[in-house]
Write a protein of this length. Structure first.
Length: 114
């Protein structure tokens, strides 16, 4: 089984408010905001953005998230190095981390167990 393409982009920021405003000027709308300086934005039917504020002492990361319809049915090809297998998250999904041949890590996200 393969992925269904890019589901989301997870971005860390040093300023949630400024970053949210930046993406709003690019056509994104806030779907929800949390009480800890993070939230989800969407622009049409494309991948959603999740912004999360991190301390100034931490380098902001970018993470691309690929959608997997069924974690149990997913089979990683030999060229795909599995860094961490699928595991339940606190936000209701199952995530796996893989590494590409150039050393970049990617997140695969599947629905959580019902």
């Amino acid at each position: 089984m393969t992925t269904d393409g890019i589901e989301a982009v997870f971005l860390e920021t040093h300023n949630w408010g400024k970053s949210a405003k930046f993406f709003q000027t690019l056509g994104y709308e806030i779907e929800f905001a949390t009480d800890h300086n993070s939230g989800q934005l969407r622009n049409g039917d494309g991948p959603w953005l999740f912004l999360a504020e991190v301390p100034e002492t931490q380098e902001p990361r970018t993470q691309i998230v690929f959608k997997v319809p069924d974690a149990e049915a997913f089979q990683a090809d030999d060229i795909v190095e599995v860094v961490t297998p699928f595991a339940e998250t606190h936000y209701g999904t199952r995530e796996m981390t893989v590494r590409d041949p150039d050393g970049r890590t990617w997140t695969l996200s599947a629905p959580g167990k019902a």
